[in-house]
Design a protein around this ligand. Structure first.
Ligand code: GDP
Ligand code: MG
Length: 739
């Protein structure tokens, strides 16, 4: 057992997970300095393993060990000057071939090596399975699979590293063949280096010889400084062979060397070490499909067709189940109506709970079909193509290809949520592009707005439901893009960042996967209706019911009812009381008694609503909102919508079931709106515009504040969107009224 500290160096490609592993191992016991004279970080940390003290250095990330960059020189110098007891080469398992390139150079250098096969979780997700033991055998060094992020496997890794370090091995270079031409010359160069001892204290001769062939500036200078005669002789040999190669094969030695290193890696990986669960045939087929589906001309056309088909499918298939759901809640309402005695409890259950929550739950079948369609697009890999194609358009508007996903998640294809959408902007690297995305994703038609759209479109544009839905989706995109262009040329001016996007191969979605995806999202929607929406519904019901009518007015209605009753003889009253259901045949007299009483009741509840807290606010806003065609009842719903957009429907439902309009209890809300004199097709479009673009719901606003790092942007988004939406709605309403 050694009381001395073991020294370890952590090396690997950029982003292979070095820093993550370094932090996992050392925790806070680290310090950062600079390598003398240059700006590259020098990070060193300490930790112990089974009582063994360990000093570890996080080397800068490099792809190679030539002298092409400062980082490469720093890493190489560190290894030669400090001679760590062991080098931990961390490689990204999901990108194995490229990462192993650096490994080949550690092998050639001969440093005591342990390979940390990192990110096996990512690899697994991509269907890549790696036989670490077999790979270790072929490379002749220990290879330990780890997940640096969770610390999985790191214990074993350090155990192996400590055991290699304790062997205090001399450097043992591995020979890689570079083909006959180069191998011959390498042997000559090696002989020359050994004969004169050039740089032998620094690197293995073969390593130096190869670096000479790679025209490594640093090595050439070092050679010149140590022994000019030998160095000149080396350089002369290299120049000769380079010229010869160039003449015969038209390539430089560097290229041949790189090719052979990859060849070496491939020859190892091909020996059943890596299995792709996704067969390569499929990749090939994918490419062929993409030739058409992402074609500059056909791609967008096909995309529009597919999206239109999605709406067609959703609406036609969900029509029956949606009307069944509406029927069910209508029935439930009438059951409760006859079961409970008149009073605030009954009013709350019917107007608050059943109309409110029922209005939201009624759309569950539609939401389910929509989510199912989206799950098909997503699971098949087509959604990634949509993002890919949209990138071209996005650049024009100052956004980034990576903005597409947040938009789609927020409801770009209808039926998402801006909250995860706002969070998804984290993938954007440029702060300004991110901010522009963050502020415009709430314009998409999220799952809460969809039912409102469906309701209004279904009520006022019955014949072309799918078409209108499709057009309003396009409008959401158009507005989002135009607004972000506006932001990017004013408050968020700045450069665009380059974009690379990988297209995953197409997959046939599994039924199981589709159902799970559909159900997860539908369930979220249902849960929201059962909790948040229920709470807000009841709260809004209370706001819409209290403080109730002033005594004097109440007495007027009571008197009116008494007057109506007095007009009819007792027998008619008896008949009405005994009638079992709405279907019971009544005499003419009993029917007119019923109608007249209902008339009074309706007027009473209308006055009560107008007199309520919510009614007062709605009425207060009416002078302004009427510019866009919204009456005080609609105002109440729109205010409620700020709490959660789903509430718009439920509040409209409550407002119009308590309203002054002549209604049948079992009429759907859509019908009630169509019959209302304050509503027509122009108002519907104006309301749609307003609802689509006004302030994001409360939860989204909080999220924007968090992601943007300040409330300033959250307030900006509330104010800007509301003003913008209102101007849009006013324009539509005023112009629409001219025709
Ligand atoms: P470095 O450039 O080599 O220092 O790499 P980092 O340590 O900064 O890691 C790059 C990214 O990969 C970070 O976002 C890490 O969170 C992530 N990462 C590192 N190790 C793992 C892993 O085992 N699994 C996954 N999924 N991500 C990882
Ligand atoms: Mg790092």
């Amino acid at each position: 057992m050694s009381r001395h500290s073991i020294t370890m160096a952590l090396a690997g490609n950029p982003n292979a997970g070095k820093t993550t592993l370094f932090n996992e191992l050392t925790g806070a016991r680290q310090h950062v300095g600079n390598y003398p004279g240059i700006t590259v970080d020098h990070k060193e940390g300490y930790f112990s393993h089974d009582g063994q003290g360990i000093t570890i250095t996080d080397l800068p990330g490099t792809y190679s060990l030539s002298a092409y960059s400062v980082e490469e020189v720093v890493s190489r110098d560190f290894l030669t000057n400090n001679r760590p007891d062991v080098v931990i080469n961390i490689v990204d398992a999901s990108n194995l071939e490229r990462n192993l390139y650096l490994t080949t150079q550690f092998l050639e250098m001969g440093v005591p090596l342990v390979i940390a096969l990192n990110m096996i979780d990512v690899a697994r997700d991509r269907g890549i399975e790696i036989q670490a033991e077999k790979l270790a055998e072929l490379f002749g060094v220990p290879i330990i699979p780890i997940i640096a992020r969770t610390g999985e496997g790191t214990d074993e890794l350090i155990k192996q590293a400590v055991s290699v370090a304790r062997q205090k091995k001399e450097w043992q270079p591995t020979d890689i063949s570079y083909g006959e031409d180069l191998d011959t010359i390498i042997i000559q160069l090696e002989a020359l280096l050994s004969r004169d001892g050039l740089l032998t204290g620094r690197y293995p001769v073969r390593f130096t010889a190869i670096k000479y062939l790679e025209h490594d500036d640093q090595i050439i200078t070092l050679g010149q400084n140590e022994n000019q005669t030998t160095a000149n002789e080396m350089e002369k040999l290299v120049t000769e062979v380079s010229e010869h190669l160039l003449k015969t094969t038209d390539v430089y030695p560097e290229a041949i060397i790189a090719d052979h290193r990859y060849g070496f890696i491939k020859s190892i990986l091909r020996q059943g070490v890596v299995t792709h669960k996704f067969d390569t045939d499929r990749l090939y087929t994918s490419d062929k499909i993409d030739k058409v589906l992402t074609n500059r001309l056909f791609g967008p056309l096909v995309m529009l067709c597919i999206l239109f088909f999605l709406y067609q499918f959703t609406f036609s298939w969900s029509e029956l189940p949606v009307s069944m759901m509406e029927g069910f809640f209508g029935w439930l309402g009438s059951v409760v109506d006859s079961a409970l005695p008149e009073g605030p409890v009954k009013s709350m259950v019917i107007s608050g709970v059943i109309d409110g929550v029922g209005g939201v739950l009624g759309f569950v079948p539609l939401i389910m079909f929509m989510f199912f369609g989206i799950a098909v697009l997503e699971d098949s890999g087509y959604l990634a193509r949509v993002a890919f194609m949209m990138d071209r358009i996005f650049r024009i508007f100052g956004l980034h290809g990576s903005s597409v996903m947040p938009f789609i998640v927020s409801g770009g294809i209808a039926g998402g949520c801006a909250v995860p959408g706002v969070m998804a902007t984290r993938t954007l690297r440029s702060p300004k592009e991110r901010m522009a995305t963050l502020l415009t994703v709430p314009f998409m038609n999220c799952g809460a707005k969809v039912p409102v759209l469906v309701l209004l479109i279904g009520a006022f544009f019955k014949e072309h439901k799918a078409l209108y839905m499709f057009l309003f989706t396009l409008l959401a995109w158009l507005v989002a893009l135009v607004v972000s262009k506006l932001l990017r040329t004013t408050v968020l001016r700045g450069e665009a960042t380059p974009f690379v996007m990988e297209l995953p191969p197409y997959r046939l979605p599994t039924l199981r996967g589709l159902f799970i995806h559909t159900w997860e999202r539908t369930w979220q929607y249902i849960k929201k209706a059962g909790t948040v929406i229920l709470g807000i519904s009841i709260l809004l019901w209370a706001l819409m019911t209290y403080p109730g009518l002033p005594q004097s007015e109440q007495e007027i209605y009571n008197a009116e009812r008494a007057a109506v009753s007095a007009k009819f003889p007792e027998t008619v009253h008896q008949e009405l009381l005994q009638a079992q259901s709405a279907d019971t045949l009544l005499s003419d007299a009993a029917r007119s008694l019923q109608e007249e009483l209902e008339d009074v009741n309706r007027k009473e509840s209308g006055s009560r609503l107008r007199n309520s807290f919510a009614g007062k606010i709605g009425t207060f806003l009416e002078p302004v909102s009427s510019l866009a065609g919204f009456d005080w009842r609609t105002n109440i719903a729109l205010l409620g919508g700020f709490a959660a957009k789903e509430v718009i429907i439920s509040t409209l439902g409550t407002a119009y079931s308590m309203g002054e309009v002549a209604i049948d209890a079992s009429d759907s809300l859509g019908l009630r709106l169509v019959r209302d004199p304050n509503w027509n097709a122009v108002v519907a479009v104006s309301a749609l515009i307003f609802i689509m673009f006004y302030a994001p719901c409360f939860v989204t606003v909080v999220c924007i504040a968090k992601e943007a790092g300040s409330w300033k942007w959250a307030f900006f988004s509330m104010a800007f969107n509301t003003i913008f939406a209102f101007l849009g709605a006013v324009t539509v309403f005023q112009i629409g009224n001219l025709f």
